[in-house]
Design a protein. Structure first.
Length: 437
């Protein structure tokens, strides 16, 4: 049976991704069939996991996903692998306020459900024995979460490692590695996180370097021995959301990249055919498609090209006369009247919806969303409950006179009112959908 381990930390920016990618690369070189999953809502890290392992990576979200879906995705991700590595989000216990039947979305809930031990990455910069007090707190905070080992990050010297490591091991928790400061191994970033895997120059060489770095400074054999099989069940193979159609045209290029693998895999398993096209290459949705999906991404970085690509714009308008066209976040922005880029230049978009958006007037919108559909459509009948999240900096300048798509609340239960837009067969919102409620 495939064994699993969780790479987590006390906080964001501590070194989880460095350790995760380096560990995946190092073990793959050793001949270990290693897979990966990401805890929580994240589009960028799973693409790096896929590059490091050669296998698809999916998200496990204890807030948005029911137990059957969560267990089913974990079980399928483990198929054919010797080891499954789960990369945490934020700090190990960080999540949202639990309201109703959902969890908090923390990685700790994944650890408790699966029984996978946690390899805790601790930033040792500016401390030595005090790191042990932090580790002790994490080890005792929840009885159903096991801290199986520690890797120190940003150590300054062998003496620094010895001071912190000896104190940690006195707790009965093994120190499995110590990473010196290595700023040259950092991956490039931009406003929504890391630059995407497909756009990272020399990614294979970067991953190889991370693998060598981790192999040199982490005990791989003891890390492998730490892993345990999941105690969760096999779950369900049912799709997280119903397919938008039988033949779904999906925009896919540098402007449209935020697609959850579990959604498209579920659609295919339900018998749908996926047809990809590139708006940046001025491609229209493939003929014969009975639904079009414009996912999120970075249209604000490519607004001028999208505005100039007449075959794409005309083809999308023609498709919307016949079949449903659904857009999320960046896709929603492109379906609107205009998009203002970071320099304040306003570009005409496809005009399927009346919304006008701006990236120049930036404001962070971040959080889980519980929503219900306000009308029948390809996402389901009116009243259908949906789970998702928002993460964007774009602002809505005006919505036009379109009808709203969703009625939504935040994770804490606060009312967000009506979100999104629908006009004819066109519909969209800033919410990235994850699963049915």
């Amino acid at each position: 049976m495939t064994k699993g381990i969780i790479i987590a930390a006390p906080a964001s920016g501590t070194g989880k991704t460095t350790l995760t990618l380096g560990l995946l690369a190092a073990l793959r070189v050793r001949g270990v069939a290693v897979g990966a999953v990401k805890s929580g809502p994240d589009y960028i890290d799973p693409a790096f996991h896929r590059a490091a392992t050669g296998r698809p990576s999916v998200n496990l979200d204890s807030w948005a996903m029911g137990p059957d879906l969560l267990d089913g995705l974990a079980a399928r991700a483990a198929e054919g692998a010797d080891l499954l590595v789960c990369e945490a989000l934020m700090g190990l216990f960080d999540g949202v306020a639990g309201v109703g039947a959902t969890g908090t979305g923390s990685t700790a809930e994944i650890a408790a459900r699966t029984g996978w031990p946690v390899l805790l990455v601790v930033n040792a910069k500016g401390q030595s024995q005090s790191a042990a007090a932090l580790v002790k707190g994490f080890a005792t905070y929840r009885d159903d979460v096991t801290i199986g080992g520690v890797v120190l990050n940003n150590v300054g010297s062998p003496r620094h490692t010895a001071l912190a490591g000896t104190a940690i091991e006195a707790l009965g928790i093994p120190l499995l590695g110590a990473l010196p400061r290595a700023p040259d191994l950092s991956l490039p970033e931009r406003h929504l996180g890391l630059v995407q895997a497909d756009e990272t120059e020399g990614l294979s060489d970067r991953l190889a370097a991370l693998g060598r770095f981790i192999a040199e400074h982490v005990d791989l054999d003891r890390t492998l021995a730490l892993a345990r099989p999941s105690k969760a069940g096999r779950g369900s193979d049912a799709p997280a959301l119903p397919p938008l159609g039988q033949r779904i045209a999906i925009a896919r290029d540098a402007a449209f990249t935020f697609v959850y693998p579990h959604l498209t895999a579920g659609w295919q398993a339900a018998g749908a055919e996926l047809r990809f096209f590139s708006p940046l290459a001025d491609e229209a949705p493939p003929p014969g498609s009975d639904a079009v999906y414009l996912p999120g991404g970075y249209p604000e970085l490519h607004a001028g090209r999208l505005a100039a690509n007449r075959l794409f714009r005309d083809g999308l308008r023609a498709a919307a006369e016949r079949v449903p066209v659904y857009g999320e976040c960046g896709g929603y922005m492109v379906m609107g009247e205009t998009l203002e880029d970071a320099d304040g230049v306003t570009h005409p978009m496809t005009g399927l919806l009346g919304v006008r958006t701006s990236f120049a007037k930036r404001r962070l919108h971040l959080g889980y969303r519980r929503a219900s559909l306000l009308a029948d459509g390809p996402l389901g009948p009116a009243g259908s409950p949906l789970m998702g999240h928002e993460f964007h900096y774009a602002s809505t300048l005006s919505r036009g006179d379109d009808a709203p798509l969703l009625q939504a609340t935040a994770a804490d239960g606060s009312d967000l009112g009506a979100l999104g837009s629908r006009r004819g067969r066109a519909l969209g919102s800033f919410v990235h959908l994850i699963a049915r409620g």
